[in-house]
Ligand binder design. Structure first.
Ligand SMILES: Nc1ncnc2c1ncn2[C@@H]1O[C@H](COP(=O)(O)OP(=O)(O)OP(=O)(O)O)[C@@H](O)[C@H]1O
Ligand SMILES: [Mg+2]
Length: 477
């Protein structure tokens, strides 16, 4: 069996995140009257049908660079970048000869120089870094380089010479930002000049050899129309989520690693009205907000002597003294949970955050644990009161077996009954099976329950047609 197949088989054995977060929701008496709303629903669909995404115009310089890059990718053998460099100029001449629209509008030398620079920056993984279809690059030692393309992980033919070669590339990445990697500090987080997030870990901690994980920075971040086109959310859900953000509900996006939490957070943040002061807090700045009035804060790891670290928690506390209208926290994973909940409970409404978890219920349990990490002795009931009072909506995101990312629950945190936090799904994912190509078939459906905060939305002047909460199969059409 080939190495590729062996690795693929291993991957399959490990399996990918099961769809355990999808829950069946019982319909309650609150289920809405249906038939009379069919017409209203159709009306909303007509009025608000998603607008097609408008692509930015491509300038000729970028267009030639793109064409050359495509050609390089198709001609590259064994990913030997050095061999292709001397041929680049001739390739550019050929393209310009074939396409009249480039003539007189291009500085060919500049295009070629820029490409050489891009190509030689980070060695054999450069072509992957330049390929816009690749969203993640994973180097597991010199001979196993994987990438994620359109949601699927594939083994590439990229090879490094040996461990030393991988180490050189890591050093090249971390040196400009003043970090170092060696046996005494064998793990490092860094960023590429274009903003891509990098993690490197080396032997003896990494047994396969030096390991690099790069989450590529998306030059053109996904917009809500993209999420609708990918099937991550439906149009009705997006209408609902936009209303929730505008009405200043506190929203938590929960999901597994790489399930698309940050992307969804970015899309949600872009619904915040332009006249509000937004403070974003992240470990590595990934959010790209379109508003003008944004203050971005980034935490800092300790220096080589282990001093000077500034945590997310420090930044959350500081942000409260910065007159925020909205606080957006990239990922909550420790004691900052307490500060965040307190802020949400004391007038900082409309905050958004993400957290790591497999279901809305699990997210609540994790938040309880995180609050304990803050080192303040609080009885569990008090913690639950804080959580139930602070968080209005949990959006559960999941990466399905076929690589697609879906919102699998939009859940309302209704409050505390006795000792239990009551959760109610508003939208949920119903999986129908898997088709012949391995694509997961399923639908995102409203559960028929109107959220308790519906009145709050109405009173803040935001109207969501009740039909948004009705399941399509129930319209009687
Ligand atoms: N809805 C989506 N559909 C398809 N691809 C997506 C979607 N959301 C995110 N992605 C892609 O998935 C990758 C991971 O996304 P993102 O960084 O948002 O995940 P995350 O859950 O925040 O990850 P992490 O746990 O590492 O912080 C990115 O490459 C992104 O482009
Ligand atoms: Mg993230």
């Amino acid at each position: 069996m080939s190495l590729l197949n062996r690795i693929k088989e291993k991957e399959q054995e490990k399996g990918i995140e099961p769809l355990d977060s999808v829950q069946e929701v019982k319909k309650t008496e609150e289920t809405l009257p249906k038939k009379d709303l069919v017409a209203a629903f159709r009306e909303v669909r007509k009025q608000d049908s998603p607008k097609p995404r408008v692509n930015k115009p491509v300038d000729k310089h970028q267009e030639l660079k793109g064409k050359l890059h495509k050609q390089i990718l198709s001609e590259l053998k064994d990913d030997n970048v050095e061999e292709i460099i001397p041929k680049l100029d001739a390739m550019a001449v050929e393209i310009i000869k074939e396409d009249e629209s480039f003539r007189g509008k291009i500085d060919r030398k500049k295009v070629v120089d820029e490409l050489i620079n891009d190509l030689t920056g980070f060695g054999p993984i450069n072509p992957l870094l330049m390929d816009d279809d690749v969203s993640e690059v994973m180097v597991n030692g010199p001979n196993h380089v994987y990438c994620e393309r359109k949601g699927r992980i594939e083994l590439t033919s990229v090879q490094f010479r040996d461990n030393e070669h991988v180490m050189n590339i890591i050093e090249k990445i971390v040196a400009p930002i003043g970090r170092r990697i060696d046996e005494s500090s064998p793990m490092v987080d860094a960023r590429l000049p274009d903003g891509s997030r990098v993690n490197a870990i080396i032997p003896p901690l990494a047994l396969n050899g030096p390991t690099i994980t790069i989450r590529k920075f998306s030059k053109d971040p996904f917009q809500v129309e993209d999420l609708i086109n990918f099937g991550t959310v439906t149009h009705e859900m997006s209408v609902f989520l936009e209303a929730c953000v505008k009405a200043k509900l506190n929203i938590f996006v929960s999901g597994g690693t790489g399930s698309g939490k940050t992307t969804t957070l970015n899309v949600l943040s872009n619904f915040i009205p332009n006249d509000e002061r937004i403070i974003t807090i992240e470990d590595a700045a990934e959010l790209q907000l379109g508003q003008e009035h944004v203050v971005s804060l980034e935490s800092r790891p300790p220096n080589i002597e282990g001093k000077g670290s500034i945590s997310i928690r420090d930044l959350v506390r500081n942000s409260l003294r910065m007159r925020p209208d909205r606080i957006v926290i990239g990922e909550v994973r420790g004691g900052e949970a307490l500060d965040m909940l307190q802020a949400m409970n004391t007038g900082h409404d409309g905050s958004l955050a993400t957290g790591h978890s497999n279901s809305p219920r699990d997210m609540i349990a994790r938040l309880e644990t995180m609050v304990l990490l803050a080192g303040v002795e609080l009885p569990v009931k008090a913690i639950r009161e804080q959580i139930a009072g602070a968080i209005d909506v949990i959006i559960q995101q999941s990466r399905l077996k076929d690589g697609s990312r879906k919102v699998v629950n939009i859940t309302e945190v209704q409050g505390l009954e006795g000792d239990v936090i009551v959760l109610q799904d508003i939208f949920t994912y119903k999986q129908d099976g898997v088709d012949a190509n391995g694509k997961v078939k399923g639908r995102l459906v409203p559960t028929g329950v109107r959220p308790k905060f519906y009145e709050r939305l109405e009173s803040s002047g935001i109207h969501i047609p009740a039909s948004v909460f009705i399941e399509e199969e129930d319209w009687g059409v």
